[in-house]
Design a protein around this ligand. Structure first.
Ligand SMILES: Nc1ncnc2c1ncn2[C@@H]1O[C@H](COP(=O)(O)OP(=O)(O)OP(=O)(O)O)[C@@H](O)[C@H]1O
Ligand SMILES: O=C(O)[C@H](O)[C@@H](O)[C@H](O)[C@H](O)CO
Length: 182
């Protein structure tokens, strides 16, 4: 006879690890997010691929998004987090303002926000060194102006992006495991 996976007394369900890698343009969300997901063996979704086409065109033309542009996108991000059927999911999404993170949490309350935090100097040099991306480096100032730091009451990990990729990856995974209690 096969051993049942759940016995009648086993009321625990495995926790799902939901992570949003947040931060301004050029902070490394796509790079670190994909590596974190790989290391934790869960899927990765780049929030850039969830934007309505009009948002991509607007940014590419050098105009920052406003709240109205971002709401439909944040709803998609929240739904992807809430509806995952995997053991977890990592989504790269700038989530710059507190109200954006609240909107995401309204769909997926247990989301952990991993903020890739960096100075203007480091961010500028990363953006200047990047090629083939729709986001113009000139939009960095508007991204930093919109950024609202994580509050002490938010489920979060903050890391300084000045380190190398391997160190950031290790720090990020350890932080997520600590916060999620896994
Ligand atoms: N720790 C790091 N050390 C050196 N280079 C890095 C590091 N993290 C990311 N990069 C590089 O910095 C650039 C920006 O990274 P990435 O595209 O992942 O940022 P992003 O936050 O996803 O940006 P955007 O929001 O504009 O899509 C890329 O060229 C990437 O290879
Ligand atoms: O909220 C925003 O202004 C946007 O999401 C941006 O952050 C871009 O998506 C990203 O930085 C470019 O890849």
């Amino acid at each position: 006879m096969e051993t049942p996976v759940h016995t009648p007394n086993d009321t625990t369900t495995p926790a799902i690890t939901r992570v949003v890698v947040m931060g301004v343009s050029g902070s490394g969300k796509s790079t670190i997010g994909a590596l974190v997901a790989d290391a934790m063996d869960i899927p990765f979704l780049d929030g850039d691929s969830l934007h309505p086409m009009a948002n991509i065109s607007k940014m590419a033309a050098g105009t920052p998004l406003n709240d109205e542009d971002r709401w439909p996108w944040l709803e998609i991000v929240g739904n992807e987090l809430a509806n995952t059927t995997a053991a977890g999911i990592v989504i790269a999404c700038s989530a710059l303002k507190r109200k954006y993170r609240d909107a995401i949490r309204s769909k997926a309350p247990d989301t952990i926000f991993l903020h890739l935090d960096g100075s203007l100097e480091v961010l500028s040099s990363r953006l200047e060194g990047r090629s083939g991306h729709f986001m113009p480096p000139a939009l960095l100032a508007s991204q930093l102006a919109a950024l609202e730091p994580l509050g002490g009451d938010e489920r979060a990990v903050i890391i300084d992006i000045s380190a190398g990729i391997n160190d950031l990856l290790a720090e990020a995974v350890a932080g997520i495991r600590r916060v999620s209690g896994q």
